[in-house]
Design a protein around this ligand. Structure first.
Ligand SMILES: Cc1ncc(COP(=O)(O)O)c(C=O)c1O
Length: 453
């Protein structure tokens, strides 16, 4: 019985029983000409196709032999019938999706971890454990706010590692910070907030996502002590207090305290809080005011952006609006991945992985900082996966052309500015593989040598 259906394939044919044998031949011919039945591919067995269409097997056999005679099909004794290579029209090639980055040999783009550091073995071991022990419910839709197992695990982990006060009931799992921007833009609208302030400069993408929800987006300048809180007037604000993106400074303790007293809803983007190299970690702002601060974390730097896994720790009053916005966003990270991450954290494998990455990124940062020409002083603290090198306006303007000549992908600051333009390079030392980092660094130094003030 199994053999009988072994060559059964689901196929679509524009054919109805009223069209008869000729109509069936025409439909198969058309499928081949359109390229829907690909040259060289096996066609359904006569028995299977006859069954699926509800016609006599002999009808399909005759159609196949007619089409073989016409050169559309290839039949041979003892082998399955295939579409002949002649007769089919070539499919139009899908247009390549425009890449946001030019294809350069060396990559120092900010915000990317080294994909080669992804702990494949550990992820595999955790996935295996999850699949061996999980209930069948895991294969259903799951809880809208995210796996209770991951939320409980994150509650303990965030308290221990970042000082976050995180009751599992106030944690929501989302598809990274980008998704959080859409969810929070909508959730804040639902509680009457229609304006969100962002640090100036900051990554445009997150501002655009929040703006697309109808929020008015306002910039507040950043200086050496972080966002200038005295200039903040919006009812909600997105900040990167532990390591400003892209400038790299830490928000000063008095500004942190003042910010929590402004009355604004604060979104704390703790995107690289795990990577601190030259001083004690700066604890999360959230601990100062858990009813005012939305803490946002992500697996994009410690593991991989492709996981699309992030988490929010919410003030009590925002839990329901955020869950409602999450539900209408239509997106949710895979429950299996959530459980895998929970397993990694609870077995200690995640901490060990983060420590290994910290050592690697720290050594790259030290190499980079030591190699920079003396007159270029990186701004900010030793942390994260990027550093900012201030440049003059004239020098920054030459970067795209000179970097292209050296096949180097690297970002500049002024496109991230909203008001007064800041100028410089944002050098990401995570994006390269370990082996390519030396070459990328040489390319950067060559670029810097050629820039003229
Ligand atoms: C400032 C900042 N926040 C958050 C993220 C993480 O975004 P996501 O979780 O959507 O990958 C990044 C990643 O580049 C970032 O640079």
């Amino acid at each position: 019985m199994a053999d009988e259906w072994s060559s059964s394939l689901d196929v679509h044919l524009d054919w109805t029983p009223g069209l008869g044998r000729k109509g069936l031949a025409k439909a198969v011919r058309q499928a081949i000409r359109d390229g829907r039945w690909r040259p060289g591919s096996v066609v359904p067995s006569t028995r299977a196709l006859a069954h699926d269409l509800g016609v006599a097997r002999g009808t399909v056999t005759r159609v196949y032999s007619d089409l073989a005679a016409e050169g559309y099909l290839q039949t041979s004794q003892g082998a399955p019938t295939r579409v002949a290579t002649a007769g089919a029209q070539p499919l139009t090639q899908p247009r390549p999706i425009a890449s946001r980055e030019p294809a350069m040999r060396w990559n120092l783009m900010a915000g990317r971890p080294d994909a080669a550091l992804f702990p494949r073995d550990i992820w595999l071991a955790s996935t295996k454990r999850v699949l061996q022990h999980t209930h069948n419910e895991t294969f259903g839709y799951g809880e809208p706010r995210g796996s209770s197992v991951l939320r409980a695990t994150l509650s303990a982990y965030l308290g221990r590692s970042r000082g976050v006060l995180a009751d599992p009931a106030r944690i929501v799992i989302c598809s990274g910070f980008a998704h959080a921007m859409t969810i929070l833009g909508n959730a804040l609208q639902s509680v009457g907030i229609q304006e969100m302030a962002f640090e100036d400069p900051s990554f445009n993408r997150f501002r655009d996502l929040a703006g697309a929800t109808g929020q008015k987006i306002v910039g507040v300048p950043v200086d050496g002590n972080g966002m200038r809180i005295s200039e903040l007037t919006s009812p909600a604000v997105v900040v990167t207090p532990a390591h400003q993106s892209p400038i790299g400074v830490t928000m000063s303790p008095d500004r942190r305290a003042t910010l929590t007293q402004t009355g604004a809803v604060i979104v704390e983007d703790d995107y690289d809080g795990e990577f601190r190299y030259d001083r004690q970690q700066v604890g999360a702002l959230q601990a100062l005011a858990p009813e005012r601060v939305i803490y946002a974390g992500t697996a994009s730097k410690t593991l991989a952006p492709s996981l699309r896994l992030g988490w929010l720790v919410l003030p009590r009053s925002l839990v329901d609006p955020v869950i409602a916005a999450l539900a209408t966003s239509g997106a949710q990270p895979s429950l299996l991945d959530q459980l895998t991450l929970a397993d990694m954290i609870s077995t200690g494998a995640y901490d060990r992985h983060v420590r290994r990455c910290r050592i690697e990124y720290r050594s790259r940062r030290d190499r980079l900082a030591a190699a920079l020409p003396q007159h270029l002083i990186p701004q900010g603290i030793s942390a994260g996966l990027h550093l900012m090198v201030p440049l003059s306006e004239a020098a920054e303007a030459q970067v795209p052309t000179v970097a292209r000549r050296h096949s180097l992908a690297v970002a500049t600051v002024s496109p991230m500015s909203m008001g007064e333009k800041r100028h410089g390079l944002v050098v990401g030392y995570g994006a390269s593989s370990k082996n390519a980092f030396g070459g990328a660094l040489d390319a950067l130094l060559n670029v810097l040598r050629e820039l003229q003030d």
